[in-house]
Design a protein around this ligand. Structure first.
Ligand SMILES: Nc1ncnc2c1ncn2[C@@H]1O[C@H](COP(=O)(O)OP(=O)(O)O)[C@@H](O)[C@H]1O
Ligand SMILES: [Mg+2]
Length: 400
């Protein structure tokens, strides 16, 4: 394998083992790779070796055997201080300096790296803004004047200060309440979508792992049981351990990580809101369809119209379709998670949803389409799990 192949991975573990002095094997012959710009969540119960894995990357802990490459280079040969400049580190107890303001806490690293103080502070203000803290409001406060969530944000800003290509995050949102945690997760996802850092993110919370990870590594004792996309881990757990860890409701969890795709959509007849009812009735008649989607002149969905409404005895057949149509109550962007689709369907008690790409109407999602989309995630299922267990996720077909 040549260096160019190695360069594809920002972080590479090669048969890494860590045995502590008391004989505990915390990490056992671990090999995996993290692509540049990828966010991998390490998830597993307490004591399974997640933190040990992470601390070996910035050399707070040295492996007993094996090696770790960063951007193709063996980190054992790197100067630890120089190494850590390339690796941002965020932990649960952020460890802000209590006597320094938020702005100065954030500016510490750039300042240490030799930036003039004024420039370091300007950079710090930018970073605070980036993590959703207004530097004008929060910059002059002290850490104990912040909420837990705000302190975690400062921790993230500080880790980003030297603009490292790699971020290690060890349960960074573990100590805040669930509502704030969800907020922080969303903000971090937004941030990552522009920064594209290579991230190892430790959590013991499968929901968090699934929500944040491009891939998730499910840890057993010192080993990775499965490393794959959230949809695959949930849809096709590789081992009984993984199936148990991700939970019996993994079918439901999969709703959150499986997007609505164009192939899931149905295409009922389409009529224009300004067309005369008569023409729309003919379109429906030709298609043999009971209803049609109504689009306005610009192609955006207006609503739907039933064949019955167009041909009712009292209906004015020269009137525009819009006079007989029902307005659209619910629509969904393409790529939205199935959970949002299901929730919208339930909330509006609707039999279908219009799916849009921007303003453009693409088709409709029905409960059957949603079910088909969910099955898609298990289609490539190559596990040795008993079939009955896999089938638990899907509603038996009624034989239609
Ligand atoms: N310094 C240490 N000395 C001895 N054992 C340790 C030390 N640090 C961690 N361990 C043990 O190594 C295992 C993995 O720990 P850790 O990596 O912290 O797990 P996690 O982060 O998944 O909770 C645990 O059994 C833990 O008790
Ligand atoms: Mg830990």
């Amino acid at each position: 394998m040549g260096p160019s192949t190695l360069g594809e991975f920002m972080i590479r573990f090669e048969h890494v083992t860590k045995r502590y002095a008391d004989g505990t094997t915390a990490v056992d012959d671990l090999s995996f790779e993290v692509a540049e710009g990828e966010l991998i969540t390490l998830v597993g119960p307490s004591g399974c070796g997640k933190t040990t894995t992470m601390k070996m990357v910035n050399r707070l802990i040295e492996p007993t055997s094996g090696r770790i490459l960063l951007d193709g280079e063996d980190i054992a040969a790197a100067d630890p201080v120089e190494l850590r400049r390339r690796i941002g580190y965020v932990i649960q107890q952020v460890g802000l300096f209590p006597h320094k303001t938020v702005l100065d806490n954030t500016a510490t690293v750039p300042h240490l790296l030799g930036r003039p103080r004024k420039q370091a502070r300007a950079r710090a203000a930018e970073l605070l803004d980036l993590v959703g803290l207004d530097p004008a409001v929060h910059g002059d406060r002290y850490p104990d004047q912040l909420s837990g969530g705000q302190r975690q944000r400062v921790g993230v800003a500080r880790a980003l200060a030297a603009d490292p290509p790699v971020l290690l995050m060890d349960e960074p949102f573990g100590a805040v309440d669930p509502v704030v945690r969800e907020h922080l997760q969303n903000e971090f996802l937004r941030l990552q979508s522009t920064l594209h850092k290579t991230v190892l993110f430790v959590t013991h919370d499968i929901e968090e792992a699934v929500r944040l990870g491009d891939r998730i590594a499910v840890y057993g004792a010192g080993r990775i049981e499965q490393l794959d996309t959230p949809a695959t881990v949930l849809g096709a757990p590789a081992t009984p351990y993984t199936a148990e860890f991700v939970g019996a409701d993994r079918g439901l969890k999969r709703l959150a990580v499986t997007p609505v795709e164009a192939a899931d959509l149905e295409e009922p007849p389409v009529v224009r809101a300004d067309d005369p009812a008569e023409r729309a009735a003919a379109t429906l008649d030709t298609a043999g369809a009971p209803w049609a989607v109504v689009l306005d002149a610009g192609g955006a969905p207006y609503g739907w119209v039933a064949a019955d409404a167009l041909t009712a005895p009292g209906a004015d057949r020269s009137a525009p379709v819009r006079a007989l149509a029902r307005p659209m109550t619910a629509a969904l962007p393409l790529g939205a998670p199935l959970r949002q689709a299901l929730s919208t369907l339930l909330q509006h008690d609707a039999g279908w949803l219009a799916v849009l790409d921007g303003d453009r109407y693409l088709g409709v999602l029905t409960p059957a389409g949603l079910h088909g989309a969910l099955r898609r995630a298990t289609a490539a299922d190559a596990t040795d799990l008993p079939r009955e267990e896999v089938a638990l996720d899907s509603v038996p077909s009624t034989g239609a």
